[in-house]
Design a binder for this molecule. Sequence first.
Ligand SMILES: Cc1ncc(COP(=O)(O)OP(=O)(O)O)c(N)n1
Ligand SMILES: Cc1ncsc1CCOP(=O)(O)O
Ligand SMILES: [Mg+2]
Length: 204
Amino acid sequence: MNPYRLYLVTDDRQPIGTLQTVVAEAVAGGVTLVQVREKHGDVRAFIERAEAVQEVLKGTGVPLIINDRVDVALAVNADGVHLGQSDMPAAHARRLLGPERLLGLSVETEQQLFESELLPVDYLGLSAIFATPTKTDLNRHWGIDGLRQALKYSSRPIVAIGGIHAGNLPEVAQTGVHGVALVSAICRAPCPRSAAQALGRLMG
Ligand SMILES: Cc1ncc(COP(=O)(O)OP(=O)(O)O)c(N)n1
Ligand SMILES: Cc1ncsc1CCOP(=O)(O)O
Ligand SMILES: [Mg+2]
């Protein structure tokens, strides 16, 4: 099974109850991987929210990924970590996480894409495909052509992220990308369950 196909990244602005409801609905709608992404609270809040999501995921078979923080992933015994370019280096993270946990890395430039071939990571998050209000500290976007080039070059599974929704997902899926990661198209949907179902169908 390809775990990257429909990858939910949580919205750190949602209260913990909403977070749990969104994750439960999204899993019912077919998401294959869940990342807890916290950019504002302290480490205690991060752990609390990660454990709240973990409770929802229990028994579903959907793995839990922690954004940025290897210590939080180890503390809650998560299934993996997603690292950015200024987080702990991938080799150090791999040593701490062991060989089994999933390790993802964001790549924002061609140079980072080339370097990633030598790193002990399981997948790449190609960041960002399109501009998005969810993350505004990115100054360039891969677009569909950039995504196609990255898929040709990389030996790793690629997850496309940034500004993806039902309207543009067909052209993203057409590239043959391994997965798509989404925040607002699921978390901010009136019904996260049917949004996930519809997005999953578009992924094919
Ligand atoms: C699947 C996936 N891809 C990319 C990112 C972005 O990570 P990063 O560049 O570290 O930025 P933040 O998410 O930490 O703001 C991601 N989180 N997930
Ligand atoms: C976390 C992240 N990394 C690159 S773009 C992005 C935000 C994606 O959010 P949305 O799916 O709402 O555009
Ligand atoms: Mg990060």
